[in-house]
Design a protein around this ligand. Structure first.
Ligand code: DAH
Length: 357
């Protein structure tokens, strides 16, 4: 008769030195697998007489269960060991301080445009303005017609627009039959904003615009504007000036001196150029203000009745003002950047200089 105790001891001795899952599974199958030692013993039970079977059967079955249980326990021990080993390997010493980490990890910064845009959005939000967005690819209705610039109007040439394909090409038209273009100003969002709203309302719409222009220190083909619109009853030029002064004082964190000059934009009547006293030289003249002492910053005006009509608003009852802030110029004034092309350069040495306010 086989000695079950011996088998058990031998099994335990072999098991105790195993460190890999596969080894344990092999060992287990050597004993209790289909042709394993213990399985063979169990098979031989049928050849025993009744008494022997009674004495031997339960013990052999017990041994089988024991081997299975011990294998399972050993497998989970191996698993725990492996997890601990991995944890130890992957450990990060968070006590490593500046001297080591800061030297090797480069910190990015927000693009200065993003910083200024976020700050201005917050100012307008606190004054009850919504912040809207619009598509970069536009149609001539939103870029021109709705803004009181019909086809063949000379004002279409004020902005060098990027058209899609040949203007005579049928494919360049969208499903309404209008020709498509890259928006040349954020004023496109005026009509989009008006159409979904009932006066009184006020909103701003920041975003990039595109013009086919020769680039130099103060001109880029892609630049940023922030459009604004406020519609209600009995709004006057005095309201416009007050609002603009308040907002500029918030942006520059000090009172700014402004002056209005007449300016022509088909979508406003009257239209103005709002200049601010140069903050770099306080008006004595410098390269930023081209020695004039004033910086042209904010074209604006009272919204033309035709534009209100295009936006579905009754121009006999409501009126309002609109403005188009040159965001890039503001960014340049704020950070003393002397060439607009830096903003678009993608040069990390430039970009990473700017931190949150
Ligand atoms: N869209 C004009 C431009 O890009 C700027 C502008 C002028 C916007 C007057 C306005 C405005 O809202 O009232 O040149």
């Amino acid at each position: 008769m086989v000695d079950l105790e011996k088998i058990k001891e031998k099994f335990l001795a072999s098991l105790s030195v195993l460190t890999k899952e596969a080894e344990v599974l092999n060992l287990k199958s050597e004993y209790v697998g289909k042709n394993g030692a213990v399985s063979e013993i169990l098979k031989s039970l049928k050849d025993m007489n009744a008494d022997e079977r009674k004495a031997f059967g339960p013990k052999a079955n017990e041994l089988k269960d024991f081997i299975q249980d011990q294998s399972t326990i050993h497998l989970s021990k191996i698993e725990v060991l492996e997890i601990n080993k991995k944890l130890a390997e992957d450990r990060i010493d968070i006590s490593l301080t500046d001297q080591v980490l800061v030297k090797t990890i480069k910190h990015g910064g927000f693009h200065p445009r993003t910083l200024v845009q976020q700050e201005i959005e917050d100012i307008f939000l606190s004054m009850g303005f919504d912040v809207l967005d619009g598509p970069h690819i536009e149609d001539e209705f939103h870029n021109f017609e709705a803004l009181n610039i019909p086809a063949d109007h000379p004002a279409r040439d004020m902005q060098d627009t990027f058209w899609f394909h040949d203007p005579h090409d049928e494919e360049a038209k969208d499903k309404t039959g209008k020709k498509r273009l890259l928006r040349s100003h954020t004023s496109t969002i005026q009509v989009r904003g008006m159409l979904g709203r009932k006066p009184p309302f006020r909103f701003i719409a920041p975003g990039i615009v595109f013009r086919s222009e020769r680039t130099d220190a103060s001109h880029e083909m892609v630049f940023t504007q922030l459009e604004g619109m406020m519609i209600g009853k009995d709004i006057s030029v005095a309201n416009l000036i007050y609002f603009m002064k308040t907002i500029l004082a918030e942006i520059f964190k000090k009172d700014v001196e402004v002056r209005l000059r007449p300016g022509y934009f088909p979508f406003v009547e009257p239209g103005f150029e709002l200049d601010i006293r140069c903050l770099i030289c306080s008006g004595t003249g410098c390269s930023v203000c081209k020695q004039i002492g004033w910086v042209e910053l904010l074209p604006c005006g009272m919204v033309h009745p035709n534009v209100l009509k295009a936006g579905g608003i009754d121009s006999d009852v409501y009126n309002g003002f609109a403005f188009g802030l040159g965001l890039d110029r503001l960014v340049m004034m704020k950070y003393g950047i002397d060439d607009i092309r830096h903003l678009q350069s993608g040069d990390l040495r430039f970009n990473s200089q700017f931190k949150l306010f």
